[in-house]
Design a protein around this ligand. Structure first.
Ligand code: C2E
Ligand code: MG
Ligand code: MG
Ligand code: MG
Length: 284
């Protein structure tokens, strides 16, 4: 049962345990049917302006609940979706669902902030991605400007020229792009100047250890870099008032984390679409 919950798949590979392989195969079998069985849902977590606490946008995060396995952590099933190639089909489902959801919120009269969708490296390799996005936004009648894509640096590693062209097409389509988990990848920084990018997401590991002066120096450098390149910064995983205060004083533009809101189902999003978000752990 939910034995793998909250743990990363790679930890299991590293452990080298022989019991793990059948466990993974069992999960994979269920995963193959998850889309058809409507076992995937999306939750949404806002990020807010560090100064005004007005919502700046929200991130869609995938959840999988299976009858037998229970809730499986994305740290486990996302790598499996990638390894099996299923992430492309599931990724299209996620994009379509987000577009439809934005349309629903708009019909209810809500002022919708941009929604960020995590894009796996394999999705980024699909040549028809920009056209797919335009088709989905067109079908649902929403503006592509309400879509943001979160991509990790690892997606750029193989072919810089391809990546630059793909990002240009996405920008032409009207979607914005964030670099997720910034500072944890291995690629050169020069792409930041050459690629059309809108935001850097400061990785949760830096936020967690921001009280460490050397980590603070790294965060200060990331924010300075972003300012000079005219990119916005979003700090992820903010859990305490101390972290929030420090990040704001360092000049982070947006904050995201359990301190403000956990990821919530679509019908609870109205809570943060209608004004400044209060801090507090009551919903964590
Ligand atoms: P990510 O995109 O970097 O997402 C941030 C993760 O941090 C999310 O975990 C979120 O729930 C969690 N988080 C947010 N605030 C806090 C906080 O204050 N403290 C802590 N400790 N954690 C916080 P989640 O939902 O388990 O997702 C993990 C990863 O799985 C994501 O990292 C992303 O790489 C991947 N993922 C999730 N949904 C999708 C999706 O729809 N598509 C793709 N391709 N990947 C996804
Ligand atoms: Mg993300
Ligand atoms: Mg991240
Ligand atoms: Mg991550």
């Amino acid at each position: 049962r939910a034995r793998m919950n909250g743990r990363n798949l790679h930890e299991f590979y590293l452990e080298g345990s022989r019991e793990i392989v059948p466990e993974i195969l069992r999960i994979e079998q269920k995963l193959f049917r998850a889309l058809d069985n409507a076992e995937f849902t999306l939750v949404y977590q806002p990020y807010l302006n560090a100064k005004t606490h007005e919502p700046g946008g929200m991130e869609a995060l995938l959840r999988w609940k299976n009858n037998e396995l229970g809730s499986v952590s994305p740290g486990v099933f996302i790598p499996l979706l990638e390894d099996t190639g299923m992430i492309v089909e599931v990724g299209n489902f996620i994009l379509r669902t987000v577009c439809q959801q934005i349309a629903v919120w708009q019909r209810r009269g809500l002022t919708v902030v941009p929604v960020s969708v995590n894009l796996s490296p394999l999705q980024f390799k699909q040549l028809d991605l920009p056209n797919n996005i335009l088709k989905m936004t067109d079908d649902t009648g929403i503006s592509p400007r309400l879509l943001n894509l979160e991509i990790t640096e690892s997606a750029f590693m193989e072919d810089a020229e391809y990546s630059r062209r793909m990002l240009m097409q996405l920008r032409e389509a009207g979607t914005s792009v964030s670099i997720d988990d910034f500072g944890t990848g291995y690629s050169s920084l020069s792409y930041l100047k050459r690629f059309p990018i809108n935001h850097l997401k400061i990785d949760i590991s830096f936020v967690r250890d921001i009280a460490d002066p050397e980590i603070e120096a790294i965060v200060r450098a990331i924010i300075g870099l972003a300012e000079n390149l005219h990119l916005k910064t979003i700090a992820e995983g903010v859990e305490t008032e101390e972290q929030s205060f420090k990040l704001r004083s360092l000049g982070a533009d947006y904050l995201q984390g359990y301190l403000f809101s956990k990821p919530v189902p679509a019908d609870e999003v109205t809570r943060f679409l209608s004004g400044p978000i209060k801090t507090g752990r009551e919903e964590a």
